[in-house]
Design a protein around this ligand. Sequence first.
Ligand SMILES: Cc1cc2nc3c(=O)[nH]c(=O)nc-3n(C[C@H](O)[C@H](O)[C@H](O)COP(=O)(O)OP(=O)(O)OC[C@H]3O[C@@H](n4cnc5c(N)ncnc54)[C@H](O)[C@@H]3O)c2cc1C
Length: 426
Amino acid sequence: MSIGILGGGLAGVSLQRFTSRPSEVLEASDRPGGLCRSWGPEGWTFDVGGHILFSKDASVLDTFRGVLGDNLHACRRANQVLYRDRFVKYPFENGLSVLDREEILDCLLGFLENPHPAPANFREWLLHTFGDGLCGKYLLPYNEKIWKVDLATMGLEWVERVPKPPLADVLRSALGIETEGYVHQLNFLYPTRGGIEALVRGFMAHDRAAVATGAEVTGLRRRPDGWEVATASGAARHYERLVVACPVDKAVGWLPDVPDEVRAAAAGLVRNTVRVVLVGACNESLLDKSAVYIPDPTVLPHRVCYMAFFSRHNAPPGCSSLIAEVTARPGSEWDVASDAAVTERVVADLDRIGFVRRGDVVVTEVRNEPYGYPVYDLRHARNQRVLREYFAGLGIDLLGRWGEWDYINMDEVVRRSRALAARLDG
Ligand SMILES: Cc1cc2nc3c(=O)[nH]c(=O)nc-3n(C[C@H](O)[C@H](O)[C@H](O)COP(=O)(O)OP(=O)(O)OC[C@H]3O[C@@H](n4cnc5c(N)ncnc54)[C@H](O)[C@@H]3O)c2cc1C
């Protein structure tokens, strides 16, 4: 085998599809797909958080279409923000007209007469970009809820991901003139059947697919002709070249004689875990929205996504469902709470805010992902650079959300896989 690809998430399987060199993917779990796996009891399908296909890069969208063929359909976003007792169109600054007049004024004045100086951290950036009104009502409480850290301890490398509104849109939305923000995500694609995992299966439908599952990598040793890879389950494997498409902090632990600076960089990387609770209802009450963002800190999930909105095949006929996303700091209360406790709290909260009546719930299930969201603390850029340089020096490529420890979506993962394949082949 020429290339050993460590990790069988979207990054690993798409790299194997793109490269023409012989390769093998080693995947720790019993099924490839990573964060792009789908689950569910008979008749129900849910993903690890709402997973929709969108991109600014037309060639990546073409790749998605090519891989999924007929099993794909177009959707138009119908996201809302739950602000106090009402739904505000998402992004929040595009739905201002439903707020009370004083609140609208507050948002406009904060946006227009913004006293916040050039930012040095994410909290300051939000205030500088949006002003006090929009920040106080939505952006600060929502971001505190999803990131679970003091926003002043987060850096700025990733903020281009946060949609920024033109002034004209904010004014239009305040006046009740229909506007759309974050427009490259407004229309999206989703597999008709099989949940987002259909994308992974599509990438694996080729002659060179070679994925070993249950192959948890535990050690790496350099050899004169390449690398020896130890797995928990079997004999060592040999490859000329390696790509780490799984968490880079684990990969540091597999290597001997790692310099202290590199170990410290890996140990310094920050992440949140994510727990996803499927809530299935015996009626069609959960079909009219794609997702709801919930800044209210007394409600456990920060976001819910209506799975049967994405595809009617994600719930049985006459039923509908949502998935509730709960992030947590590793080791914190809601990271270690039992599945039953998380489910009970999610259902109770959703019943209280009127999203789903407890008596209508016919199915629940939980998925837990220890690697959910990379968090950009103020040392992130430095830690990332130290790790990139170290692995580059070993001739090992890093790829994907966790190989590179970057907050990237499926489109960017696929774009980077394609670029790496071109380099490996060239
Ligand atoms: C809640 C949520 C919502 C999201 N929504 C969207 C969305 O709407 N649109 C979008 O485009 N993207 C979305 N994403 C992002 C998307 O999930 C990721 O960009 C993509 O799945 C990352 O793929 P990956 O292969 O890089 O990483 P992963 O999917 O994390 O794959 C890593 C793989 O490595 C394996 N592994 C770990 N340890 C080992 C080991 N020791 N040996 C071997 N294998 C190992 C894991 O089992 C896993 O399969 C979302 C992510 C989350 C968490």
